[in-house]
Every structure is written in C-alpha cells, then in structure tokens.
Design a protein. Structure first.
Length: 217
C-alpha cells in the first residue's frame, strides 16, 4: 500500500513544486499558496494515513513528528501571506523535531566530532558571509542556526545505530532537510540559479516525506 501511495504522491508533490516556482516567476503571488500547500498536504496526509495503518501514535513519539509536519504545512501557507508568522510556524515545527530527536539520543564523542566536521563545512560554505560580519558583529548570530541544525542532523544520524533501522527515515530526512536549509540560506545572501532553487525545494520535500514515512513504522 505504501509503495502504491508513494508512486502517486511523489509526482503530485513534484508538480506542486514546479507550479510553485513557475507562479513565482510569473509574479502570481495570490495563487502561489495553492501548489505549495498541496505538496506539503500530500506529505502530511502520508503521515496521517501511516498512523491510521498502524493505529499507534504514541509509540516512538510519532505525535511530535506529526505536529511538526502540520506546523510546516501552516508555515507554507503563512509564508505567502505573513512572512514573519510563517517563519514562526516553521521554527516551531523545527523545535518539535529537535525536541523529539533530543528525547531519543544524546551527544557522545562520535557525535561531537561529526558535529565539529559539519560545522567546519558550514563555515567554509559561508566564509564570505562570516567575513562580512566583521563590520556588523550582529551577523555572527546567524551561525546559531547552522549550529543547531547540524546538531539535530548529527543526533538524527545516530538514531538508526542506537535504536534500530526503522529510525533510518528520520536520519535520511534530517540530512536532506539540513542540506536544503543550507542551500536556502546561501540563496538568501546570493542569488542562485533556477536549478538550485528546484533542488533545494526537492530536498526539503524529500526530507519531510521521510519524516512522514516514520508514521508507517
């Protein structure tokens, strides 16, 4: 059943991403909310259906993951109307995910080393932006987000090794989610090509779709 649903859902999500970007290019902002929310709704429905199949919301704390997905749906709607509120909803969803992951794992030496490596990569990718912070020290605060994001990713990557292979969806989702966010962060400072924008959206939706697949475990 899950395979058949995925074969249906993924093309719909992809079509929503394509329409979202096209409407942005055509400056049809009033309609842009529809395809974007359609893609996210397909992800949320995947999670809800998975819960219906297993009839078990509380094992593994699935209610927290579903809450995060619902907040991402709310964020996608609000970002096109009230950007500040949309970012707030997105941040709340992210906090739910981080809280859930923290409840399942903790930092050990291996995780700390991996976090340092990933932060080093982030600093290298954003080296020009970090240099610019010398004139405006407040910009150094932007390093807080990748530090938290990489921490979440490192802990998520450890879950399949510590708790079982069914947590592999969270590990994969967190990895895709992190790469997408770093690409979006880079495009905030420097205009990127259309291909990069499509890739970032594709990675984001692939990541949260992996989160939704945890509902089927």
């Amino acid at each position: 059943m899950l395979v058949l649903w995925t074969l249906f859902a993924v093309p719909v999500i992809g079509t929503g991403i394509l329409l979202h970007r096209k409407l942005q290019e055509w400056e049809k902002k009033d309609w842009n909310i529809l395809p974007k929310c359609l893609s996210t709704w397909m992800v949320v429905f995947t999670g809800v259906w998975g819960l219906c199949q297993t009839e078990d919301m509380h094992t593994m704390g699935k209610q927290w993951i579903l809450s995060a997905l619902l907040l991402f749906l709310l964020a996608d709607a609000l970002l096109e109307v009230k950007f500040f509120w949309g970012m707030g909803a997105f941040a709340a969803g992210h906090i739910f995910l981080i809280g859930w992951i923290l409840s399942k794992s903790r930092f050990y030496l291996a995780e700390i080393i991996l976090w340092l490596i990933l932060m080093g990569i982030c600093l290298f990718l954003f080296r020009e932006e970090v240099k610019g912070a010398r004139e405006n020290p407040k910009q150094y605060a932007m390093l807080l987000y990748p530090a938290v994001l990489m921490g979440m990713t490192v802990l998520a990557l450890s879950l399949p090794f510590r708790l079982g292979k069914e947590y592999g969806w969270i590990a994969l989702g967190a990895g895709l989610f992190a790469v997408s966010d770093m690409m979006v962060g880079k495009s905030f400072f420097h205009e990127q090509t259309k291909g990069i924008h499509y890739l970032a959206l594709g990675l984001y939706y692939s990541g949260i779709y992996c989160f939704a697949l945890m509902m089927w475990m």
